[in-house]
Design a protein around this ligand. Structure first.
Ligand code: SAH
Length: 240
């Protein structure tokens, strides 16, 4: 099967609309770049094309229907661009900022946006809890994160970036229910002005397997205390 057939098959298996030629071309181009750079710099442990399609692209796109039209989106801890690059390709209406503390990952995201002429994504190198980064970036309708931290840490990093009424989307795997239970035992949501979390789970279908994936959605209902986010050492040492 060639790339566009693999992409169509995985999209279809996972309930996404069939990709048109232009979309398939962009994903093919990004895959080529990702796998080439990955030979030199370690960006991802997922190295074969079918797995990249399902575990990076389709996984990223399965949260797209939770993002309102024309939203301003921040992806905290984007790594080599997940979920932000697939979302920017799939949803030209979105304005996305991809943030990561590792400069070489952001250099890769920047190169990718240039190669793909993605003009709805800006990549920024920095830490989410850094006050100067917060000042520079401002507020967002949606904050996404995949595989970055546990939920109470994520709430402290994500909620301060949201407008009131905006939402954070934390992408999680099979242990999602336990993570939400743990969050509800702490004080993070109350202290940070978050809503009751809602969970949505689904199966991510690969060629011959299925894995549980899901998203925790938390709205920002009230302002966060000005002391949040704290310095990273304090966040980790005494989670809320
Ligand atoms: N979201 C990507 C990468 C996950 S790895 C994916 O799913 O493939 C977690 C990433 O979060 C790393 O690249 C790390 O540099 C970044 N990160 C962790 N804490 C961060 C923080 N406080 N601010 C910004 N980036 C952070």
């Amino acid at each position: 099967m060639d790339f566009s057939q693999l992409l169509s098959t995985s999209f279809e298996k996972n309930g996404l609309p069939a990709p048109d030629t232009a979309l398939a071309r962009m994903f093919a181009c990004f895959t080529e770049h990702l796998l080439a750079v990955n030979q030199i710099t370690n960006l991802t442990a997922i190295r074969d094309v079918p797995s990249v399609i399902t575990k990076h692209y389709v996984d990223s796109l399965l949260i797209a229907d939770a993002i309102p039209t024309n939203a301003r989106v921040l992806d905290i801890g984007c790594g080599p661009g997940f979920p932000s690059i697939p979302l920017a390709i799939f949803r030209p209406d979105l304005t996305i900022v991809s943030l990561d503390s590792t400069a070489k990952k952001i250099a890769f995201v920047k190169e990718s946006t240039n190669i793909l002429s993605l003009n709805n994504l800006t990549a920024i190198s920095g830490r989410a809890e850094d006050r100067s980064v917060m000042k520079e970036l401002g507020f967002f309708d949606v904050v996404t994160s995949r595989a970055v931290a546990n939920l109470s840490v994520l709430c402290e990093l994500c909620l301060p970036y949201l407008k009131i009424g905006g939402k954070m989307l934390a992408m999680k795997g099979a242990k999602i229910e336990d993570e939400v239970d743990e969050l509800l035992h702490g004080k993070a949501i109350g202290l940070l002005g978050g809503s009751e979390p809602t969970i949505r789970t689904w199966q991510l279908f690969s060629d011959n397997s299925a894995e549980t994936r899901g998203v925790v959605e938390i709205f920002k209902e009230k302002e966060c205390g000005k002391q949040y986010p704290r310095a990273y050492a304090a966040i980790i040492k005494s989670p809320l």
